[in-house]
Design a protein. Sequence first.
Length: 293
Amino acid sequence: MLSEGTPLTNRIGFMQGRLSEPVGNRIQAFPWDNWRDEFQTARRYGFGIMEWTLDQERILMSPRMSAGGVDEIRNLCGGFRISIPSLSGDFIMQAPFYKVSGRERLARLDVLGAVVEACADIGIGLLVVPLVDGGQLCKSREVESLRSGLDQIAPVLNASGVVLAFESDFAPAQLASLIGQYPVGRFGITYDTGNSASLGFDSNQEIAAYGNRIVNVHVKDRILGGGSVPLGTGNANLPSALGCLRNADYQGNLILQTARAENSDHAGVLARYRAMTAACWNGIISDGLGSRI
C-alpha cells in the first residue's frame, strides 16, 4: 500500500513481460530472454513500478531465487529507479498445494515458503495468490486445505512481513466471507477489473462487499465469458470500477495486466493504457470508454 497523497503516475505500474515479446504465445510468462531489458524500457517510458511474475517451470532457477540474482535485481532497480512492490505467484495457480496431498503438498508448501522468504529479501511486500483458472477453489475441502497450508507456513509469513493477496473468481459475498477468515494486515485481495467483467460481476457490489480488503489492483479488459481484449473494447466498465475504488479510498497500485499489443510496440501501447487508466481514475472519462480511444 502507498501512503495517501502519492501521485497517481507513481501508482500505475505494469506486469512483468508486458514490455517484451510474448513467451510461447502465452499472454503472461516470465520473459527469460528480456527481463533485464524491461528495466531500461520502463524508465524510458516513465514507469516506476512493475509487478513481477513467477512460474512453476524452472522456478528455482529464477533470478529471484538466488543470491546472485537478487543482487542483480537490486542493482537494476537502483540504476533505473524501478521498484517491485508485488509479485504474481502464478506458480501457485500452476501447481496449487491445496489440490494435492502427502509429500507433493509438503513440497509445494516448501516452495511457497521459499518464495515468501525471497520476496522479503528483495523488498517485495505483496505476493498475489491466484485462486483462478488452475488454482480455482472448486471444493470446500480445497478451501480448508488452503487455510491449513497457510497456517503451516505462518511462521515464515509472519517473519517476512509479506502480505498475501488473494485473486479469486468468487462472487462478492463469497469472497468477502473467505477473506474475512484471514487477519487484516497480513492478507488482502487483488481486484482484477477484467476477470470481474468476464464473470459478469458488478464493481459496485464487489467493492461494497470487500473494498476495505483490496490491497492490489490488476487493470485489464475482458469480454463477458471470454478472454482479454484491448483496454476499452470489452465488458469491463473501467470508469465505474476505478471510480468505486477511488471512492473507497483505495491507496494502492494499479497494475496494467492488459492484453498484449498486436504489433511490437509494447511500450507505446502500455503507455497509452496508462493514460486511459489515469483518465478513468480522475473522472475525465466517465462513460463510453470504448468510443473515446
